[in-house]
Design a protein around this ligand. Structure first.
Ligand code: IPM
Ligand code: MN
Length: 367
């Protein structure tokens, strides 16, 4: 198969983790007899510095010509609250342009990493869920949004707006995913406070009626945050709106030990040349300016994102499984980047603390 992949590495460690993942993809291509055409584009602060825009036209064109996008991370070293041009506009623009409404964030606790979490092993063991986050609406895109007034009378407004179609398509995705897994969907909202929460709840119930074989529950988003660390094993699919999904998925990442472990797939209805879903794949972690350029960034979340790409955008299940199994094996064999180094006591004689390059080589050696 010929795979056209647009690489949008972005800022800081985004470059390091995407470069590492390209090596893994090249190894997969050789092993399974595929050809890959990589294109690339500027996004984020790097794009702003060179072109004045976070998502230049040339980047959009590269993305449009591809079957799938591998995205690194965007974000400047500081948050400039005054600027109207911000690196984050790149990822938001891509999500909106391609209508990538469904963001899958699988959270799996690796037995090998169970000691790197700040939570107790007996709470974590067996956790395996997907946070399914709505990605193209809600407070991220609602109008009005903006600032007004001068010092002393400054105001700001964000708007959470949802249509029933936007809720329904996400919930359909949730139930479809659940059917292939543990057949459980929890929908997290703030129906006790927000009108949008009540719409989510109503529409979720209507969709749930079409899937009598799947267990459904409503959960208040704040309570969900609590249940996630109290008893994460109870969840299979957590479906939720954009902003709650952003927050809950960072929280859930810590169940897996580190933000450096969590991949994501952003999918829409559009298909690529191969008849599979066009998608954008990215680690959920940020650009981490503090560790950039040192060769220590953990590439595993991006490698796992590329595995999701194999599965969702190319239907290459064997390749995806091989990549995920290789990540499993490197962890079993004791390879750790700094973010997943074991904390506290216990036997660490098997542990090897490595940088991006050695971690990548270790994965490739186990494909
Ligand atoms: C994420 C990120 C983004 C978001 C930022 C970079 C705009 O935190 O993908 O979770 O808030 O969606
Ligand atoms: Mn986030």
């Amino acid at each position: 198969m010929n795979l056209k992949i647009a690489l949008l590495p972005g800022d800081f460690i985004g470059n390091e983790v995407v470069a590492a993942t390209v090596e893994v993809l090249n190894a997969i291509a050789i092993q399974y007899g595929h050809t890959i055409d990589f294109s690339s584009g500027l996004v984020g602060q790097t794009a702003i510095d060179q072109t004045g825009e976070a998502l230049p036209e040339a980047t959009l064109n590269a993305a449009k010509a591809a079957d799938a996008i591998l995205f690194g991370a965007v974000g400047g070293a500081t948050q400039d609250t005054k600027s109207t041009v911000r690196p984050e506009q790149a990822i938001l623009g891509l999500r909106k342009t391609f209508d990538l409404f469904a963001n899958l964030r699988p959270v799996k606790v690796y037995e090998a990493l169970i000691e790197s979490s700040t939570l107790k092993p007996e709470i974590l063991r067996g956790t395996d869920m997907i946070i399914l986050r709505e990605l193209t609406s809600g407070a991220y895109f609602g109008k009005p949004q903006g600032r007004d007034g001068a010092a002393g009378s400054r105001t700001a407004v964000d708007t959470t707006f949802y249509t029933e179609q936007e809720v329904a398509r996400l919930m359909v995705m949730a139930f479809e995913l659940a059917r292939g897994r543990k057949k459980k969907v929890a929908q997290a909202d703030k129906a006790n406070v927000m009108a949008t929460g009540r719409l989510w709840r109503e529409v979720a119930h209507e969709v749930a009626a079409e899937y009598p074989d799947v267990a459904y529950e409503d959960v208040l988003a704040d309570a969900c945050a609590m249940h996630l660390i109290r008893n994460p094993r109870q969840y299979d699919i957590i479906a939720t709106e954009n902003l709650f999904g952003d927050i809950l998925s960072d929280e859930a990442a810590m169940l897996a030990g580190s933000m450096g472990m969590l991949p994501s797939a952003s999918l829409g209805q559009n298909t690529n040349r191969h008849g599979f879903r066009f998608g954008l794949y990215e680690p959920i972690h940020g650009s981490a300016p503090d560790i950039a350029g040192k060769g220590v960034a953990n590439p595993l979340a991006t490698i796992l994102s590329a595995a999701l790409m194999m599965r969702w955008s190319f239907g290459l299940t064997q390749e995806a499984d091989a990549m995920e199994a290789a990540v499993d094996k490197v962890l079993m064999d004791g390879y750790r980047c700094g973010d997943i180094a074991p904390k506290g006591g216990g036997d660490h004689s098997n542990i090897k603390i490595v940088g991006t390059k050695e971690m990548t080589e270790a994965v490739i050696a186990r494909l």
